[in-house]
Ligand binder design. Structure first.
Ligand SMILES: NC(=O)C1=CN([C@@H]2O[C@H](COP(=O)(O)OP(=O)(O)OC[C@H]3O[C@@H](n4cnc5c(N)ncnc54)[C@H](O)[C@@H]3O)[C@@H](O)[C@H]2O)C=CC1
Ligand SMILES: O=C(O)[C@@H]1CCC=N1
Length: 274
């Protein structure tokens, strides 16, 4: 029988994960999601056919896995409220909150709990997520396997044995879809400026990004070689790539990912003190 999985919070990240789980065949009747307002939950019930609850404690009472998917800022209050119910059942805790250390969550929930900290991303919604996972010492091999199965249903899973590496995962996977969406926006605007209708520019840019990612995944060559294969000497791509390199694109990505990881660290320091 499938493990009962309860999502505390039913926003972008939770719906991306349970939506992907359902698409890959996870039984919808084994999934519950919570939110303070039924107005938010009713469309999710209709769309996904999952159970919903406005009462977090009732929702975790029979859960084997509790996925904490609320904003980090309200997590402490949510955990305090759940503490007794969680201690009575001791389900596997999986948190997707950015910057919240596993030990802090375990403490907020009363201690002695198996906690997996996960940094997923929203492409999980289309089965193309990428997640980093860290397990505390209480997590059993079977629980690791279960978390791998749940998250693999929505994409790639990479385990890290050093929790601090989740900051790097946040920088190149959790937050990174936004960088690509920004590039898509910019390419669409560029195509429009060069005379294409906006919808056509968007389709071309997105298909090109999708094709480039698929090709890079399937190829035996590194991205650097694939890039060189497009750059005919003296041709058009060479000109464009030189502009990007001269403008410091690589350094911009180093700076952006540093800023992202630094913010994750700051959040971990802030929450660790609470
Ligand atoms: N959005 C993203 O790309 C990613 C988000 N995350 C993490 O996922 C977590 C959730 O983020 P999002 O889904 O983007 O936020 P969101 O704002 O879309 O979802 C939060 C959900 O929590 C619900 N909620 C608020 N108070 C609640 C309470 N007391 N009890 C139960 N539910 C409550 C809200 O109704 C909402 O459905 C955050 O901790 C974030 O750090 C992690 C990786 C990627
Ligand atoms: O921006 C954030 O804080 C969350 C975590 C990773 C993606 N979104």
């Amino acid at each position: 029988m499938a493990s009962q999985v309860t999502f505390i919070g039913a926003g972008n990240m939770a719906s991306a994960i349970f939506g992907g789980m359902i698409d890959s065949g996870y039984p919808r009747e084994a999934i519950t999601a919570t939110s303070p307002s039924d107005d938010h939950l009713a469309p999710l019930r209709r769309r996904y056919g999952i159970h919903t609850q406005t009462d977090n404690r009732a929702a975790v009472a029979n859960a084997d896995v509790v996925v904490l998917a609320v904003k980090p800022q309200i997590m402490q209050d949510v955990c305090s409220d759940l503490r007794d119910t969680i201690q009575a059942r001791k389900p596997l805790i999986v948190s997707v909150a950015a910057g919240l250390p596993a030990a802090t969550l375990e403490r907020w929930l009363g201690g002695d709990l198996a906690v997996i900290r996960c940094m997923p991303n929203t492409p999980s919604l289309v089965g193309a997520g990428a997640a980093g996972l860290f397990a505390n010492a209480r997590v059993t091999d079977d629980q690791r396997k279960l978390a791998t199965t749940l998250l693999q249903a929505v994409g790639l899973v990479e385990w890290v044995e050093d929790e601090a590496l989740l900051e790097a995962v946040t920088a190149i996977a959790g937050s990174a879809p936004a960088y690509f969406f920004l590039v898509f926006e910019a390419l669409e605007a560029a195509g429009e400026r060069l005379g294409l209708p906006a919808d056509s520019a968007r389709r071309l840019a997105l298909q090109t990004a999708y094709g480039a990612a698929r090709m890079a995944q399937q190829s035996d060559h590194a991205p650097a070689q694939l890039k060189r294969n497009v750059m005919s000497p003296g041709g058009t791509t060479e000109r464009a790539v030189h502009v990007l390199e001269d403008a410091g694109l690589r350094q911009i990505f180093l700076d952006a990912t540093d800023a992202c990881a630094k913010r994750a660290r700051e959040m971990a320091d802030e929450f660790g003190k609470r």
